[in-house]
Design a protein around this ligand. Structure first.
Ligand code: SAH
Length: 258
């Protein structure tokens, strides 16, 4: 009996944000592997499924466990939030394959994408990613804070819109404040900053401010922070949150072309 391993992303929030192909793969799985928070978002399948919930911190162990189950003939689905390739399980699976048993390389392994938090957050507020952008995770669990600050500075100097994943957690309360302090050295005080909590879900909440006024305490583990480029604009609306967009054209944005 030959097994399989599919690494899927559930999308950002509500179940109707999961793509139909991911929903189908989830229904057909014999085994679901992932962090309990994500497994709990998966509707119960038509037949018995084994759910292997695990701690979020041990990605490689979880990946090896999934590969082992697949090599025993199970149809295994590894579940991530958002997209599985963005700061999530897909890379851990390939790392486990690279360093694991040779027979794991012959398994049918597939990645099914999902809507990542950055895209869901952008859609909540308009079109802030209309120009060039980049994504940086502020978590220093797997890389050093020196690497993070070096990349933040490069992104600021390059005038990218910056999407900050993992802006805060209970064990890392200070990093977003430090990131804002660093970005203030390179970007104008009036640069647009957007906090989006629970994007793509019914609990979605948007806060639009400036780099000067941005308060890092607004962010929690389910917040995506967008720091605008010089050209990012706010379009205010009476009595509701403004739209935020980054013009696609440098001319509209008022930037000189060289
Ligand atoms: N694979 C996920 C990201 C995992 S990193 C994806 O593609 O979206 C976890 C971080 O993603 C969180 O700390 C938060 O910054 C962000 N995030 C995940 N879901 C979110 C949501 N619905 N709204 C806002 N941010 C979210």
């Amino acid at each position: 009996m030959s097994g399989s391993l599919t690494i899927v992303g559930l999308g950002p929030g509500d179940v109707d944000r999961t793509t139909p192909i991911v929903a189908q793969v989830l229904r057909e799985a014999t085994d679901l592997v992932g962090y309990a928070t994500y497994l709990n978002r998966v509707p119960l399948g038509e037949h018995d499924q084994h759910r292997h919930a695990s701690d979020n911190r041990f990605e490689l162990d979880r990946a090896r466990h999934a590969l082992q189950l697949a090599s025993e003939g199970r149809n295994v689905v590894v579940v991530s939030g958002g997209d599985p390739g963005v700061f999530a399980m897909a890379a851990a699976v390939f790392e486990a394959v690279a360093t694991g048993e040779p027979r794991w390389r012959t398994l049918p392994i597939r990645v099914e994408p999902g809507v990542t938090a950055m895209l869901a957050a952008a859609a909540e507020v308009g079109a802030p990613l209309g120009g060039d952008f980049c994504a940086i995770s502020l978590s220093d669990n797997l890389k050093s804070w020196t690497t993070i600050t070096r990349r933040l500075e490069a992104a600021a100097r390059g005038d990218f819109v910056i999407a900050l994943y993992n802006p805060a957690s209970k064990s890392r309360p200070h990093q977003l404040g430090e990131a804002f302090a660093l970005l203030r050295q390179w970007k104008a005080p009036g640069t647009v900053v957007v906090f989006v909590h629970a994007a793509g879900s019914k609990d979605a909440a948007v806060h639009v401010t400036t780099l000067e006024d941005a308060d890092s305490h607004v962010a929690d583990m389910r917040t995506l922070v967008l720091v605008g480029a010089a050209s990012t604009r706010v379009l205010s609306r009476e009595g509701t949150t403004p739209w935020v967009y980054t013009p696609r054209s440098e001319e509209v944005a008022g930037c000189a072309r060289s």
